[in-house]
Ligand binder design. Structure first.
Ligand SMILES: [Zn+2]
Length: 593
């Protein structure tokens, strides 16, 4: 027997969500999202408007080949045009052709829209509503009516808005969904109007809100508390203008706080991954502050808070982050105290119980670096390495000797390119020199670094940079300003962030790059393997194009940057290998950003 507090989840990410100006999903994306929504346990997936474009029409053909376990697919459309029979309406015929178990049609319930948008008498709109629903009901198993602008209509002409709903109910609609299409209504207005509709009608009610007043989630909850049994919304609140009601937050609120049953209990923890999948496929950067599922949703920074959650997580968390598939994070800053440091050492799995002096040493180093502009909020990996270094637990996987970077631009209308020459001392003590070309200095250094280290540590080949951010720290210092570089990397199974700061953007990037590589080696507990050939040989035999005059390489027009660079005949810098200097010691030197 179905539980009485069941709320139907009707997802319209694939239709209303695609009205976002920055969201565009391919057919494949839509099919993948539909599979995930089904796995999450949503009840309805609105696939699109078959009358609006070919991609949506194709979706309805393709989705029939996908085995869905729970969700019903709905096709969307509008009521018939004025002056014709529903059976003669082209768009309605396309809904039928989609051949879905559910049809959802939108129609007018606000008198102003009937008069000014449709320009027909109010009575005629009632006929259109009735005729459309009755026609669809003959051909489709389940018919849902979306009452467009219902709440505005209800406020301005209550009697007419309710009479529209009555026509739809009389025609046999299975559910009437009340829409705040302009998103302008507040929760107390929604509550009163849903209650009035419930008193007037026998049909089941749904609620569909837009977020123009930033209360779409609250309005939806108000609708449910007044008797709506279906919620329509989108994952992450995607939608036109300010978006639709965010299903992620609504499901979590209704299920965790109000005891409603929206998705099967075990599936709630899929909310976070579903949210991320939709961001990823839509190619939209996730909102770190998004309630429940954002990266910062359970992130603690202030020392007092961290000391609180170490005693009892409920002191500063409204729910257990794991309930929605999220994680608790603790970040470090000058606001941090002993508690943050101790939390982090536990998180990083350091066996050593830190003594008072070690904690003080770490805090001092942290404060010193933050004074120089480092921030470890988005750079956990750099902090973990800093901790290991300060405690003397870091492993040296290689030693830096020197690098040199050249920027070249040969013609006004040609893109510049960069060449990096890097000297390192490998784990076997052998000094190696590699060079690489890139579309910029950081790209070239990155390639040269990997080229030097991959023969020793082949797994580095799986690693790539996924984000690179530069931020100017000294406002007003112009091109002499210090910059902070944040790099995010992945090896397919984890993501990590690293940071560098300098007045020289190449140096800041280099620090972040080195940390990124060192973190990967540290996490993999990488043991160097003996390279088959010496690294020095490797660089020399790799596609070098020189002009023979020691001035660099020739590069034909259109050649891909990143192909192997040149030995320029100059000897590698003859400095002894030395351990990496303490971070931040070079930041007073002048340079260019
Ligand atoms: Zn809508």
């Amino acid at each position: 027997m179905a539980p009485t507090n069941k709320i139907q989840i009707y997802d319209t990410t694939l239709r209303d969500g695609c009205q976002s100006e920055d969201v565009s999903l391919t057919l494949e994306d839509k099919l993948e999202i539909a599979r995930r929504l089904d796995a999450l346990g949503v009840d309805y997936i609105e696939g699109g408007w078959p009358g609006s474009n070919e991609r949506d029409a194709a979706f309805f053909t393709q989705i029939k080949r996908v085995k869905l376990h729970h969700a019903r697919i709905a096709a969307f459309g509008a009521t018939r045009r004025a002056g014709i029979k529903a059976s003669a309406d082209h768009n309605l015929s396309l809904i039928l052709r989609a051949n879905t178990p559910v049809a959802c049609v939108v129609g007018k319930t606000w008198d102003m829209h009937v008069r000014e948008a449709l320009r027909i008498p109010l009575e005629e709109n009632l006929e259109i509503l009735h005729d459309t629903i009755a026609y669809l009901k003959k051909h489709v198993d389940e018919v849902i009516f979306d009452a467009e602008h219902f709440f505005d209509g209800y406020c301005l002409n209550r009697e007419y808005a309710l009479s529209c709903l009555k026509s739809v109910e009389d025609a046999g609609a299975d559910l009437i969904c009340l829409c705040d299409t302009n998103g302008g209504r507040l929760p107390h207005e929604v509550e009163a109007a849903v209650r009035a509709a419930r008193q007037t009608l026998q049909a089941s009610l749904g609620i569909h809100c837009h977020n123009d007043s930033e209360v779409a989630v609250a309005n939806t909850i108000a609708g449910v508390r007044s008797g709506a049994v279906q919620i329509q919304g989108t994952i992450n609140g995607f939608g036109e203008r300010c978006g639709n009601a965010n299903l992620v937050s609504i499901i979590a609120n209704l299920q965790l706080k109000l005891g409603y049953n929206c998705v099967p209990a075990g599936r709630l923890k899929m909310l976070q991954e579903t949210s991320m999948l939709v961001y990823e496929l839509a190619n939209v950067a996730p909102n770190p502050r998004q309630a429940y599922v954002g990266r910062s949703a359970f992130t603690h920074k202030a020392g007092l808070h961290v000391s609180g959650i170490r005693r009892n997580v409920k002191t500063y968390e409204h729910i257990d982050p794991a309930a929605v598939g999220n994680d608790r994070r603790v970040v470090l800053s000058e606001l941090s105290g002993r508690a943050n440091i101790l939390y982090k050492t536990r998180e990083f799995g350091l066996d050593t119980e830190l003594n008072k002096q070690q904690v003080e040493a770490l805090l001092d180093e942290l404060k010193r670096l933050e004074g120089l502009g480092y921030t470890f909020d988005g750079a956990d990996a750099s902090f973990e390495l800093l901790m290991l270094r300060t405690l003397g637990l870091a492993t040296d996987h290689f030693n830096f000797v020197s690098f040199r970077v050249f920027d070249d631009k040969w013609h006004e209308d040609q893109a510049p390119f960069s060449e990096a020459v890097l000297v390192l001392e490998g784990p076997d003590g052998q000094r190696t020199r590699t060079s690489a070309i890139g579309n910029g200095p950081v790209n070239a250094l990155d390639s040269a670094l990997r080229r030097a280290l991959t023969p020793y540590y082949p797994d580095l080949a799986t690693m790539q940079l996924v984000d690179y951010k530069v931020r100017v720290l000294d406002n007003g210092a112009g091109t002499g300003a210090r910059v902070r570089v944040l790099i995010e990397s992945t090896d397919g199974s984890r993501r990590w962030g690293t940071v560098g700061v300098s007045a020289n953007v190449v140096e800041a990037s280099w620090q972040a790059l080195l940390d990124s590589v060192e973190f990967k080696l540290h996490k993999d507990k990488a043991k160097p393997r003996k390279p088959g050939r010496s690294v020095r040989d490797y660089t020399r035999t790799n596609g070098i194009v020189t002009d023979g005059k020691g001035s660099g390489m020739r590069r034909s027009h259109g050649e891909t940057p990143g192909s192997d660079g040149a030995a320029d005949g100059r000897k590698p810098a003859a400095q002894p290998a030395k351990p990496r200097p303490r971070r931040g010691l070079e930041t007073n030197s002048s340079g260019q950003a």
